[in-house]
Design a protein around this ligand. Structure first.
Ligand code: DX5
Ligand code: ZN
Length: 219
């Protein structure tokens, strides 16, 4: 059984209080930092690139979990490696769900000695990617439409978490089952019950006392 990990999402930080909030994260029980990269094309929003990640690399000891919501992930993998990423997850939809292309991206991430994962949007089913389960360290299930923080948790996405949990047992694998979007105390409990072991939490963590909220999610 994997240890439960909380991955606060940088997307919901208050950028006028970055120093203070980074300090709070460093003093919290969070082990990962989730970094949402959006290109305004794959999703209808723009965020940040590798040079901003470098700032987090230099100011935290957290494991940097980079979630690429971009149309051409291959092009930017080396930049995120250089900036200090520990893990990169790529969307299957960035490759039109083509298994061979997704596998190439996973291999490239591994060539750089980073952990690799794949992500599915709410409308994409997970079963088609069964042959990739033993190739990755993490599988990320979107429980909101990617693009924005603060959306409502889509409970039906927990079926994918249950499926991943079952397959992991059957195949004796150890990948992390990460869930992203709409996590709060109530939905965290449901996600953990379904088998998730890595919870991304954005607005819920940053809109109150950061270490307290993180600790609460771990309970
Ligand atoms: C959405 C991002 C999420 C987002 C989650 O596209 O992938 O990581 O930050 O935010 P909350 O926790 O507010 O739903
Ligand atoms: Zn994310």
């Amino acid at each position: 059984m994997n240890e439960l990990i909380i991955a606060p999402s940088v997307l919901s930080m208050d950028y006028s209080k970055m120093q203070e909030q980074t300090k709070a994260l460093n003093e919290s029980k969070a082990k990962w930092l989730h970094f949402d990269v959006m290109d305004g094309h794959f999703v209808p929003n723009l965020t940040f690139g590798a040079h901003i990640l470098k700032g987090f690399h230099d100011s935290t000891n957290l494991y940097l979990d980079v979630h690429l919501m971009i149309s051409d992930p291959i092009k930017y993998i080396p930049d995120f490696y250089k900036a200090g990423a520990h893990q990169i997850t790529v969307h299957t939809e960035s490759f039109n769900n083509d298994i061979h292309k997704i596998q190439e991206a996973i291999d490239l991430i591994h060539d750089y000695k980073m952990d690799a994962g794949f992500v599915v949007k709410p409308a994409t089913s997970i079963e088609a990617f069964e042959c990739l389960l033993d190739k990755v360290e993490t599988i990320l299930i979107m429980s909101v439409e990617p693009g924005f923080g603060g959306q409502k948790f889509m409970e039906e996405q927990l079926d994918k978490v249950r499926w991943l949990f079952q397959k992991r047992m059957e195949k004796n694998l150890s990948y992390r089952i990460e869930i992203d979007g709409g996590i709060n105390f109530e939905t965290a409990k449901k996600a953990i019950e379904a088998g998730a072991d890595t919870l991304v939490a954005g607005s819920f963590v940053f809109k109150d006392n950061i270490p307290k909220r993180i600790e609460g999610l771990l309970k």
